[in-house]
Design a protein around this ligand. Structure first.
Ligand code: NA7
Length: 540
């Protein structure tokens, strides 16, 4: 059923939703390599996706800049200068703006345009979308590049409207910034975002109160500037960096370890941890021992090492104990990377409130009320995360074959084939969709793999005069089962994380990303393509 609109229908070959890393590269491939009449629709008034919206203090990337970027253009790799290993959000946003200009993408990007519905018309094999402005666009292909962490989760706490101060969610940060000088600030949430924001807000605010529900492990980033020498070395070594990143389990160029943490004495093991901890970053998880995410005893050794670091850093021993996680394995929640997070608790103007012990009951006009106290605040910052992986897609009214809506289809959790397609929704692709490595990986590596797979698939369809592609129900349910089996072999199940949808009240608890690693996943996707898109139904 075509969408209803007063405006004339705009007819395209392909529609892309979202102008982040994925959408921009998808547009480039479809337009420049396949010659498709493609248009990208973006809700924000600029490109950048995650890096457009997340402008909170301290926002920076947790993967090293020189491989948290596109690899598809050697010229781009050579010309772009990253200032440091872990650049802040404005620099990543400038990079993405540079990409938009350099590849002349803007002429096919329509900003400030939120897609509200997408309906598939079986008679013509075309998707019809409506935008918030009432435009009606149709295309053979619909590609979702809406991102995995793009629907902010502001918890439904009684009384928020009555708060007399200002409040913000980190994922929808005001472009003009927020001045914390002289303010009493409350920060709710100690995930990656809260951990990045804490030291920066503490340095500016009169007082910062951190409301912690779950204590978190964190490894120092140890950011350094990329000197000219380092830049030269990196730029001369890009072939090897990308080869290693694409071969690495999580899309990082770390040499995979085949050692168990339990093969060593405590002393030897801690010496190895110490060396890696001094390097910092994700290497602690993905470049130390082989079994940290699959063997609880091995994981305990890493967790204990990090607990000891918290005790050694936080001067007040009682406060240190409050900051030490004891209810989930290290890495089972997305592991934060920090710059002086635990050190910040040694400041006089920072305090910690344990809201697991005394939950937040209400926001009052003065501040935050917990079960045992009231905290007067001028500003509340919600670093409370996202309705991850499914929230944004489900916020669009998507209707596939036979009137089946995506909300109905995913009632019991997301079901996809390879995280790329959904049975019942022909000619629609999801970049870094649930069921693919996505958030468990260095995102640009996963994104490029998906974009290239999708554009190769569309190219092959056009060569063979095929009009429609749809994952079969069987292939989809086999893949869902496989994703589950792999996740069950890991420790990811042992935490209430957003990977499982556990952060959103009422959301079905199911492990959403694919935990088998990029190499295995890529191989499977390639095999499927080589076998004439096995598991998909293609029709002329
Ligand atoms: P996360 O990782 O979902 O963290 C959200 C934090 O907010 C976490 O500490 C939550 O505690 C806490 N939270 C959520 N709701 C509440 C309520 N109602 N009360 C108190 N505390 C709450 O989001 P981030 O933005 O930090 O990171 C998301 C990803 O973005 C990150 O992993 C990177 O990939 C980039 P909980 O742990 O659920 O007890």
């Amino acid at each position: 059923m075509p969408a209803q609109s007063d405006k004339p229908e705009i007819k395209l070959d392909a529609i892309v939703i979202g102008a982040g890393f994925s959408g921009m590269y998808m547009l480039k491939r479809l337009r420049d390599e396949l010659g498709l009449n493609t248009r990208l629709y973006e809700a924000g008034d600029g490109v950048g996706g995650t890096w457009y919206w997340n402008r909170y203090p301290g926002a920076r990337c947790d993967s090293e800049s020189f491989y948290y970027c596109y690899s598809f253009s050697e010229a781009l790799l050579q010309e772009w200068e990253w200032s440091s290993k872990y650049p802040e959000q404005p620099e990543i946003l400038s990079y993405l703006n540079h990409v938009a200009d350099r590849f002349d993408l803007r002429r096919n990007i329509q900003l400030e345009t939120r897609v509200t519905s997408a309906k598939f018309d079986e008679a013509t094999n075309r998707w019809h979308i409506l935008t918030e402005q009432g435009e009606h666009i149709s295309a053979q292909f619909l590609i979702s590049a809406v991102g995995c962490l793009s629907t902010a989760n502001v918890p439904d706490i009684k009384g928020l409207d009555s708060f007399k101060g200002d409040w913000y969610h980190t994922g929808k940060w005001p472009h003009e910034g927020v001045d914390f000088t002289g303010k009493r600030v409350g920060l709710i949430g100690t995930g990656s975002t809260g951990i990045q924001a804490t030291p920066v807000i503490a340095a500016e605010a009169d007082h910062l109160t951190i409301f912690q529900r779950t204590a978190n492990f964190s490894v120092p980033a140890r950011n350094v500037s990329l000197t000219d020498d380092l830049q030269r070395e990196i730029k001369g070594n890009y072939d090897e960096i990308w080869r290693a990143a694409k071969a690495g389990h999580g899309g990082f160029p770390y040499i995979p370890s085949d050692r168990s943490a339990l093969d060593y004495s405590e002393e030897e093991r801690n010496a190895i941890y110490e060396d890696i901890w001094k390097v910092g970053g994700f290497k602690f998880l993905w470049g130390s021992f082989s079994d940290i995410m699959v063997n609880e005893k091995a994981n305990d050794t890493a967790a204990d090492f990090l607990r000891a670091k918290i005790r050694a850093t936080v001067k007040d021993p009682q406060l240190a104990e409050k900051l030490i996680p004891n209810d989930h394995p290290y890495g089972a929640k997305r592991p934060p990377i920090d710059t002086n997070y635990f050190e910040t608790f040694n400041r006089d103007n920072v305090s910690l409130v344990d809201v697991k012990k005394a939950p937040i009951t209400e926001i009052t006009e003065k501040g935050v009320l917990t079960a045992d106290d009231e905290y007067e605040l001028d500003i509340i910052v919600f670093a409370t995360g996202f309705d991850a992986m499914t929230g944004t897609l489900l916020s669009i009214d998507i209707q596939g074959r036979n009137g089946l809506t995506l909300a109905e289809k995913w009632q019991e959790g997301p079901k996809t084939y390879l995280g790329l397609q959904i049975s019942g929704f022909p000619n629609m692709f999801t970049i870094s969709g649930p069921g693919s490595p996505s958030v468990l990986s260095n995102m640009p590596v996963s994104i490029e793999q998906h974009v290239e797979w999708i554009s190769d698939c569309i190219e092959s369809m056009r060569e063979k005069s095929q009009n429609s592609i749809e994952a079969t129900l069987q292939a989809e349910s086999d893949w869902v089962e496989h994703v589950n089996e792999i996740a069950q072999m890991t420790l990811f199940w042992k935490a209430n994380s957003w990977y499982l949808g556990a952060n959103i009240p009422g959301k079905t608890r199911i492990f959403m990303p694919y935990a088998g690693g990029i190499p295995m996943y890529r191989q499977r996707c390639d095999e499927v393509a080589e076998k004439d898109y096995e598991g998909f139904l293609l029709s002329a």
